[in-house]
Design a protein around this ligand. Structure first.
Ligand SMILES: [Zn+2]
Length: 482
């Protein structure tokens, strides 16, 4: 009676099309079969180095008719136009009376029928009318037309944060459950079965203790054990939910990738482009003052210009404008780029002030990443999902050059007579930015006139206006990265 009720329940749930799990008891199961619309959790056994699954659970889940003839010592499964017969102790099974040899023998132990894994693809697929796919060494099987999303994870330390990146082949939804008191975070992946490339991430640092994939309870999750130094965990997505960044933050006061406190976009968006987020980096900060001349510090000039540039952009574009820092704090180059990467910025611009040995020098330079700053890259294979962070800029290299040229044009127009070269530099802040990214060096702090100009409000308004116009034009023409 119980089995009839279970079978009906299975049919009802399967028909509802929801992912559900038939669990024995979460702790007891260690193997999953993902069907379309359902997931079957099983307890596997390893005998003579072969993985075995309980046959009756699978056959019942599929709703197939079967006969367990204990007296005859055979197990018969009846498909629509096919019949499968198993005999314990034999590696031969019969499908419509045709013998098929499995890699291991069928077993019947303690009243339970056990089948080796290749029984699924060699035998069961013929009566069940669906395929079973299995990667050796894993503990999950995908049946029928199920398309699992491959999951690749990596982690990296970025100054005061550690970033876990999760990349999947398909869009998935991810829920973050922070359990800071228990020193753990749980990321639940929804919408698709997940096929992790590796179940355990080989990474550990002052913030992360372990990162493990777990779907033993039927829903794919990533479990992260954190140290007590983690104060906050933040989740952001990119590339239409195919990439998730999980930032484990040591000191939220440092507010490295924290300040997505973007001012509201203008009420009447004047120009809607593909670029929805722009990140402005005010160079230097904190103990790092940058170039100085008497009381004028580069870090103050850049922050002031960054704030003004934000206003200028907001009045022109319907984009969210984010500053890497709002106050006088020190940030690593990686943390600055992380703000842009985290927030899916379409444009990243880092502001600096020149300090030319030539005291008469005026003007500005627009910098983009120099392609060979490590003195030769390893061969870049575009099919790879990941590449070292310092090569993150590479896919956007041409767009960065286009942005630099556009800014050069606008600065030339606004300041006739200025030299505005486009230079290539090994800039850490640009290296790990994954979008069109430039650094602009404005003016020259190494002379009185330069200081006066940089602290002049009219000049500041004009220069940020010209940079904003350049960004707007770039966004409208190429679109940058949405
Ligand atoms: Zn600087």
């Amino acid at each position: 009676m119980k089995s009839v009720v279970t079978a009906l329940l299975i049919l009802t749930l399967a028909a509802s099309g929801l992912l559900f799990t038939l669990t024995l008891s979460a702790a007891d199961t260690d193997f999953l079969i993902y069907f379309e619309g359902s997931t079957l959790a099983l307890k596997s056994q390893t005998i003579d180095r072969a993985v075995y699954l309980p046959l009756v659970d699978i056959v019942r889940h599929l709703g197939l008719a079967y006969t367990d003839a204990t007296g005859l010592l055979t197990f018969t499964i009846q498909g629509q136009n096919s019949k499968l017969v198993l005999t314990p102790g034999s590696a031969f099974i019969a499908v419509n009376d045709q013998p098929i040899l499995l890699q291991s023998t069928i077993r019947r132990e303690n009243g339970q029928w056990l089948v080796p894994l290749d029984f699924l693809s060699q035998g069961l697929s013929r009566v069940a009318g669906q395929e079973f796919r299995y990667r050796p060494g894993t503990r999950r099987v995908f049946a029928g037309r199920i398309q699992a999303a491959e999951l690749v994870m990596n982690a990296q330390a970025l100054g005061g944060i550690t970033r876990l990146t999760m990349r999947t082949g398909f869009s998935v939804d991810v829920d973050l459950q922070k359990e800071t008191a228990q020193h753990r975070a749980i990321l639940t992946l929804k919408g698709r079965p997940i096929d992790p490339a590796r179940e355990r991430l080989d990474y550990k640092d002052g913030l992360l203790q372990s990162v493990t994939f777990d779907d033993s309870e039927g829903s794919p999750r990533v479990l992260v054990a954190m140290t007590d130094d983690v104060r906050d965990v933040r989740l952001t997505s990119a590339e239409e939910n195919r990439v998730y960044f999980v930032d484990f933050i040591k000191d939220p006061a440092a507010e490295a990738p924290a300040p997505p406190v973007a001012a509201a976009p203008p009420k009447n968006p004047t120009n809607i482009t593909n670029v929805r987020v722009i990140v402005i980096d005010a160079g230097h900060g904190g103990i790092d003052a940058g170039a100085t001349n008497a009381g004028t510090l580069e870090k103050d000039v850049t922050l002031n210009l960054a704030r003004r540039l934000r206003v200028a952009l907001q009045s022109r574009m319907a984009a969210t404008i984010i500053l890497t820092r709002e106050t006088d704090v020190a940030l690593t180059s990686e943390a600055r780029a992380a703000v842009a990467n985290n927030n899916r910025a379409g444009v990243f611009i880092s502001l600096h002030v020149g300090y030319s040995p030539d005291k008469n020098a005026a003007g500005s330079s627009v910098y983009i990443m120099r392609p060979d700053f490590t003195g030769g890259f390893p061969q870049f294979d575009s099919s790879r999902l990941f590449f070292p962070w310092y090569m993150a800029y590479r896919p956007s290299r041409q767009a960065s050059a286009a942005l630099a040229t556009q800014l050069q044009q606008n600065l030339n127009q606004a300041f006739p007579g200025w030299k505005v070269p486009v230079r290539y530099g090994p800039l850490g802040v640009l290296a790990s930015a994954t979008m069109p990214a430039v650094a602009v060096e404005i003016g020259n702090l190494n002379n009185e006139a330069g200081v006066k100009m940089l602290t002049d409000e009219d000049f500041q308004t004009r220069i940020v206006g010209s940079i904003a116009a350049g960004i707007e034009k770039f966004a409208a023409s190429s679109g940058g990265r949405p």
